[in-house]
Design a protein. Sequence first.
Length: 427
Amino acid sequence: MRTRSCRRSIARRCRPSSRIRIMFFVFLFLILLLMTLGNQISEQLFELLHFVFYGRYAVVTSIPNSDAVSFNRSFTRLSDAYAQWDAHVGCSRFIVQNRTHSFPGSANRNPSLQDPEGLSCASMRLQHVSVFVKEWRWLPDSLENLYSCRCGLSCLWSKSEALTYGADAELYETGHPPRQRKQGEPLRVYMDLEPGRRSPAHKDIFISYHADDTVQATYAGTTFHLHRGHYISPIKQNDVLIYWSSSHCVPSRTMLARELLAHLPHHSYGKCLNNVGGRDMILRKFPHCASGGGNHQYWAYHLHCAMSHYKFVLAIENTFTESYVTEKLFYALDAGAIPIYFGAGNVHDLVPTHSIIDGSKFSSMKRLADYIKEVATNPILYAEYHAWRRCGVMGPYHQTRAVSLDSLPCRLCGVISKLGGKAYPSS
């Protein structure tokens, strides 16, 4: 009996060590699996393990093990980062890694974006459409034009009542359309790109940033950038990592920015959390920006140039709502910086593949800041966020650009043509 009980006692004491051995072999098996399986499966397992141990999903890239790669952690030239990425990764590997994302022309449709060619030519009832922009706040004069659109449709878009006499539609960006409209009178078009999407009951066509409305207009494209200098610096700063600028100090946005920026070296321009000595410091810090964008002295004109000197740009929407992705993010992409984004939950439906750092994916600001520092000191990892502009656009970005404000006149005229313009029944 004593021997049996002793054996039982020994067995009890041995069980923990047996479990440890089992756990060790399971862990070793997973490591070997990660080393031998293809990229797709191994990276999914890596993401799962990372989530279990760290409480957030890892950012998976096509970059090889950094321990086996030698690189300069103090890189400043974007071209040097590109060269190292080309040598260790390259476009072929990046494309394979992201092959699940669609290319332009793919049959896969994005629910967050309208089809820019959704109207068939057979549905067009008018060959020419004129739009009188009757009330507006910020619609740029650069949109004024006579457009040659698809299906042989011509489209006159103008703020001139004389040029659009007898217009097929009247566009209201401010104020409200007439409550009633008789057949033979212009269609009522209302436009609201603000997050509330306030659609009045008395309108025939509604334009917003959302795919569910009559006509979608995203903030991507060049129309928002026409009054900006376009000099792009080839040199990135190492001592100050982040650019941020905000002139509307929304409490929630300012609090979020303060929490993140407390962990990172940054320059804050604009009115909120300014730490550069004033709102007019861009040209003092970067006087060469003026040579690339005229002699404009207003600081906001040189946003692109200023952003291009920083590795990262903090982009925080004033409202977090589906599909509301504004120029804050697209400015950063166009300036050659990596956006650190807080805003729409479906932002990845509207931006290039692997082009942004989504702040919502991190469990704390400290972990986000640590990841930003890691990217900032790894030229290969940093260049991976720019691969989309060098390897061909994958994912939804081509469609985001195609339904931007740039193409709004032709797409709106197409809808008006389909409705028959002034012949559309009264409402």
